[in-house]
Design a protein around this ligand. Sequence first.
Ligand code: PBG
Length: 324
Amino acid sequence: MYFPAYRPRRLRRTENLRRMVRETRLSVDDFIYPLFAAPGKGVKNPVPSMPGVFQMSVDQLLEEVESVSALRIPAILLFGLPREKDEQGSEAHASDGVVQVAVRAIKDRFPDLVVVTDVCLCEYTSHGHCGVLHGREVDNDATLDILTRVALSHARAGADMVAPSDMMDGRVRSIRQALDECGFEQVSILSYAAKYCSAFYGPFREAAQSAPQFGDRRAYQMDAANGMEALREVALDIEEGADIVMVKPALPYLDVIRKVKESFNRPVAAYNVSGEYSMIKAAVERGWLDERKVVLETLTAIRRAGADLILTYFAKDASRYLQE
Ligand code: PBG
């Protein structure tokens, strides 16, 4: 055949042609915006390694949520900074805990906003691990009871969705059962199903004051080298009752997102984590990257890999870009 019968450039010539054949769409509908609830009043502490991210008391959070909902972002994910930490992470399930109070206030003013709560103990334990300790190890089954109490307390406060991020075995089943028994069968579970032990969580641990005081999380979070294991983790969580399954982090694990999307018929979420955010912010501050273009390209890539939903600190910026 004569050269070239097929010229891919024909459909790239103009913006309208490109729009017509574009395979992946990024929309504000895809975003979940993470927020950090702090005790007190009038508190809005910037997180140094995450420009644009703050720890906020409930009054400030409400203002923030106002702008989130004005941008039509459908959902937020709440983390909490307790007043006090202890060995068992008790404040995580206190009915007057910082997340519980924030959920009530937010749902009261923004009943349509989907409020997702992170269910984990690392922000609440004095040792910074995601579960209770037995010696120097995290005790899986003892942690399940506490996590379940945390999820229930969030549901009682009015959370629409709970998101266990601890990586204990069996926590989705335990939480699903308890929710159903207590009349919260409509509260959904977004499980951090394939959560890797990642150095990209560094800035988050500053934001959430949740760095482990000894050791690391390798005995419960996944090994970065494992892709097939992610499919077993996701299969388990689906069997246990997860409504949405998450892969985390996003960018270094796009292959895992793709595998999960192709293997299961469930909505897939990806967490564009703190370190991924900070890297872009740092390069932008130095004038090395164009923020708008890099953010849109990054989020589009996560969607192209197969994510239906993206948890991202860029949610507000990206929603603005998309509306311009
Ligand atoms: C809590 C939790 C972490 C993140 C979300 N939930 C940190 C961790 O596991 O150490 C990370 C989020 C981010 O880096 O943006 N277990």
